[in-house]
Design a binder for this molecule. Structure first.
Ligand SMILES: [Zn+2]
Length: 296
């Protein structure tokens, strides 16, 4: 992009005060920045506001009759863009509404750099998606880094995970590698009454399966998903003392050795044995103290 030709593409007057600007390729095809202001958001963060316009010669063809659509008003829109350090940025421009004079349908002007279903640029979407794919940061941290809200980050992550692990966003793909040792456990969901179960590859820590419930069906569904040939490579499964899981694996894959994991053995021992001994001991000491009080 040539920033010097201000009169032909409506760019800022870089030739006049060049020393005040960094000229960075925007990668926003069709966007012409004619003014930039520094503002402050409600939460007190700095915000570069890139005001501009879209290319005049965009696609105006009617999708129904193939004829040319006419402009039918416009509206101002704001798209969040990449942060510059801790400073947020936003693009502001007018987007045309188009109407076909022949068949009457209307539609919005397409914005080539806008991420689908979001008020953000494709560049910012890709940046958030790439940070998420590292697996190092929580959703809240990615929201802080990108200046986006957590719901947007969650939506980006769901799209990323669906693209990576499903076919057409519906069917989960089979694990790429075989697993030698699996781990299975249930956990309470937010409301505290329902359970979900997850199955992981113990060596890699990868989650292979998450499903509602804590019954045998979860195990059967998982085995149906990966197939018996895949299960042949599994040597052992670590589980708690939930007999449903153990019985389900033994029923379908008798070669797999169930192993009670260390955490659950210690927890069980604490709950069932140590707590009882502690109660007995407290009771015994309390009685002895009573006898030692004056008057007894
Ligand atoms: Zn038409």
């Amino acid at each position: 992009m040539n920033y010097i030709q201000t009169e032909t593409n409506g760019q800022m007057m870089f030739t006049i005060e060049r020393s005040k600007f960094l000229m960075i390729p925007s990668q926003l095809v069709g966007f012409h920045n004619f003014d930039t202001t520094l503002e402050t958001t409600k939460s007190g963060r700095d915000l570069f506001c890139f005001k501009g316009s879209l290319d005049e010669n965009f696609n105006r063809t009617c999708s129904v009759c193939d004829r040319k659509m006419h402009s039918h008003g416009s509206r101002e829109i704001s798209l969040r863009h990449l942060c510059f350090g801790s400073t947020l940025t936003v693009l502001k421009f007018a987007k045309f509404r188009l109407k076909c004079p022949h068949c009457g349908i209307t539609r919005q002007q397409e914005v080539p750099f806008q991420a689908e279903n979001h008020r953000i640029t494709i560049e910012l979407f890709n940046y958030a998606r790439d940070i998420l794919s590292h697996g190092t940061y929580t959703l809240r941290q990615v929201a802080e880094i990108t200046g986006l809200d957590e719901n947007t980050i969650k939506a980006i992550d769901i799209k990323r995970l669906k693209e990576k692990y499903t076919v057409n966003g519906q069917t989960l793909i089979k694990p790429e590698a075989y697993a030698e040792y699996l781990g299975i456990d249930e956990f309470k969901l937010h409301d505290g009454h329902k359970y979900a179960t997850h199955i992981i590859d113990l060596k890699t820590g990868h989650i292979l399966w998450i499903a509602h419930g804590k019954k045998k069906k979860v195990v059967f569904d998982f085995i149906d998903h990966v197939g018996l040939e895949w299960m042949d490579h599994v040597e052992a499964i670590a589980c708690d003392m939930n007999s449903d899981f153990q019985e389900a694996f033994e029923a379908k894959c008798p070669h797999i050795q169930p192993v009670f994991d260390y955490f659950h053995i210690v927890k069980n021992f604490n709950d069932k044995v140590v707590s009882e001994v502690r109660k007995d001991e407290q009771c015994r000491l309390a009685k002895r103290e009573m006898w030692m009080l004056p008057g007894h």
